[in-house]
Design a protein around this ligand. Structure first.
Ligand code: ASP
Length: 438
């Protein structure tokens, strides 16, 4: 095995005890050359995440509130970790500088990024690894878009001369040197970027769960872990609500052909979930890999006799949707009907406008909207060229008396999507799981 990049999430670094677990994990495999830390997360149920406190301190300073009290709580978290680990760095100097920067009106992104910056400094001191500040090697454009190629060139050159390094997650800089963060949870993205730049053989993402489960454990008790999944399957599942990894962290490693392993810092003996470009046949014992779903969708159904012969009908319906600033999820069609599936929360504020615009542009015979739909994706590379999977799925749903309102199977055969009434949503997920897994 060549180099490994190991990213540790906030719960993996919430206190000194967690830092020690991380060191043990790194010592256990010397290939773990580069470490990407998040900011300290919650230590217990009602605890605050450092990043949330930093955002709060920024807002309080901006609005003339008691920001120093909140910042003091952040400072104490780091003081505690540094003292418990007996670290030597001059933490107080760093804390003074950050406090002065907040006082003189530092940006929101700068404030938020200090959680990862400080944790990176502590980690590098604790491990004896070099500290690489992302402001010098992870770049955004002036407009705030991630600049992947400039980053990759600079970062790979920097890593080449460092056998070990800590690269804090979540942020980088714009061309004028100001700090810019990724969206929340963005340390996952930094980890993937570092893995690509290092030419790593593996990207390990260490968190507080032992990988993905085949279904949401709140809905399916004892849902089984997914040992192996492809990036494409993962994309289908995360789009439908399965969240462990930041969605944007998939692309850099997927493109570079680097597998990602989701691991549990509190249970390093668990193998976790391995995400690969092409999953080896046989590792997944089931036809399906996972089930995910979300509720809160609306369907606009437009009906017009002889629609099939009317050129541009679909385009005009979608024009109305686009003009209202909406993005649609699915587009099931019949001979004389066209349905647009959208998120209800997006649709609600512009509902009347969209309806009247569709009427104006297409003069349909009828137009109706129904809400309260849930979408469920059943995903699995094992379904490809495997006759009978859809039949099993629909039989399972009918056995539970679930009314299927919409069906969509992508031509890739990688997933089957069904739309059901919200009230049937949980029963439907359980029915599919029991059919294929139990
Ligand atoms: N600390 C940041 C957040 O809470 C980034 C991360 O943890 O990935 O969103």
């Amino acid at each position: 095995m060549g180099k490994i990049v190991a990213k540790f999430g906030g719960s993996s670094l919430s206190d000194a005890g967690q830092f020690r677990k991380v060191r043990d994990i790194l010592v256990a495999d010397p290939n773990r050359a580069y470490v990407v830390p998040s900011a300290p997360g919650r230590r217990f149920d009602k605890d605050d995440k450092v990043t949330d406190l930093l955002y709060a301190a920024f807002r309080l300073h901006r609005d003339g509130g008691a920001w120093t009290e909140v910042l003091a709580r952040v400072e104490d978290r780091y003081r505690q970790i540094a003292a418990d680990l007996g670290l030597k760095l001059d933490l107080e100097a760093e804390l003074r500088r950050i406090r002065a920067d907040v006082e003189s009106g530092a940006s929101e992104d700068y404030c938020a990024s200090r959680g990862e910056y400080l944790n990176g400094l502590l980690m590098s001191d604790f491990l004896g690894f070099a500290f690489l500040d992302p402001k010098d090697c992870i770049f955004f454009t002036a407009e705030g878009q991630f600049d992947s190629e400039r980053t990759n060139d600079t970062l790979s050159a920097a890593l080449e001369s460092l056998p070990n390094a800590v690269v804090p997650g979540f942020y980088g800089s714009r061309p004028d040197g100001t700090i810019r963060t990724f969206s929340r949870g963005g340390s996952d993205i930094t980890g993937a970027i570092v893995a690509r730049a290092a030419g790593a053989d593996l990207y390990e993402n260490w968190t507080d769960v032992s990988g993905f489960l085949m279904a949401d454990p709140r809905l399916v008790e004892g849902a089984r872990p997914i040992r192996s999944i492809t990036y494409r399957e993962l994309r289908e599942l995360s789009y439908m609500g399965a969240t462990v990894l930041h969605e944007d962290s998939i692309f850099p490693v997927h493109r570079a052909g680097i597998p990602t392993n989701i691991r549990n810092t509190n249970h390093p003996e668990h193998e976790g979930t391995m995400i690969t470009h092409n999953a080896e046949d046989g590792v997944n014992p089931y036809v399906i890999t996972g089930i995910a779903g979300r509720v809160g969708f609306s369907v606009i159904s437009v009906e017009k006799a002889m629609m099939n012969a009317e050129r541009g009908f679909g385009r005009r319906v979608l024009q109305a949707v686009e003009e209202a600033g909406l993005s649609f999820e699915h587009l099931p069609t019949g001979i004389d009907t066209l349905c647009v599936v959208l998120e209800t929360a997006q649709l609600t504020p512009v509902r009347d406008r969209v309806i009247s615009r569709i009427m104006e542009l297409t003069s349909p015979d009828t137009l109706s909207i129904s809400d309260e739909m849930g979408l469920i994706a059943t995903v699995g590379r094992g379904m490809i060229h495997n006759p009978g999977t859809a039949a099993r799925l629909f039989t399972a749903l009918s056995r539970e008396r679930v009314n299927v309102r919409m069906i969509d199977q992508g031509s890739s055969e990688l997933s089957i999507l069904v739309g059901v009434d919200c009230c049937d949503f949980e029963a439907a997920i359980r029915a599919i799981y029991n059919e294929f897994v139990k």
